[in-house]
Design a protein around this ligand. Structure first.
Ligand code: CMX
Ligand code: CO
Length: 146
């Protein structure tokens, strides 16, 4: 079951300048940063609020690490802006299989690694009324404590 908006993914040319805009304009602070080479992004997660399912909602600011990445290609075509939305679930595998059975293309056969050790997959935007849609299962609590 999808129980929260996990994040909104926003594509930008310059992550540091975009982070500074969100800090100076709204007071949102960086919760986490990482590079995900598989996805071809450098990203910053800004935590907006916690949610009733024990998770949280974030803004995910995304700068491409290479031009041929999903975000790099999208930026070249569209410029900066909202790139995708992500719904949170306790079981990304079960939910994505159920959604695939409804005729929506799921982009990965198996979930891949997303922010903060989460498991993620994507639904094709052409099957979702133009919205690239991600499904996320957060890493177990404590998995990111070092
Ligand atoms: N939102 C809505 N539509 C999109 C889109 C997006 N983010 N990205 C592409 N499209 C549309 C294009 O506009 C294009 O439509 P038209 O044919 O009408 O012009 C169509 O989809 C095909 O686009 P494309 O530019 O040819 O791109 P590809 O088919 O090579 O890739 C996609 C599209 C969705 C398969 C690819 O972006 C993908 O695999 N995305 C999932 C991974 C990802 O986005 N990773 C970055 C985020 C990582 C994270 O969140 O952690
Ligand atoms: Co995302």
């Amino acid at each position: 079951m999808l129980t929260r908006i996990d994040h909104i993914g926003i594509a930008c040319f310059d992550l540091d300048r975009t982070v500074e805009f969100y800090r100076a304009t709204y007071g949102f602070e960086v919760f986490h940063t990482e590079v995900n080479e598989e996805q071809g992004v450098r990203e910053a997660m800004l935590k907006i609020n916690e949610t009733s399912d024990g998770g949280a909602s974030y803004l995910q600011l995304l700068e491409p690490t290479r031009e041929d990445s999903a975000v790099g290609k999208w930026l070249a075509k569209n410029g900066e802006g909202v790139h995708h939305i992500a719904f949170g679930t306790a079981d990304v595998t079960a939910d994505s299989e159920a959604i695939r059975d409804k005729g929506v293309r799921v982009l990965y056969d198996q979930p891949r690694t997303g922010s903060m050790g989460s498991q993620i997959t994507f639904l094709h935007p052409k099957d979702c009324h133009g919205v690239l849609t991600e499904l996320v299962t957060s890493a177990p609590t404590g998995a990111n404590d070092h």
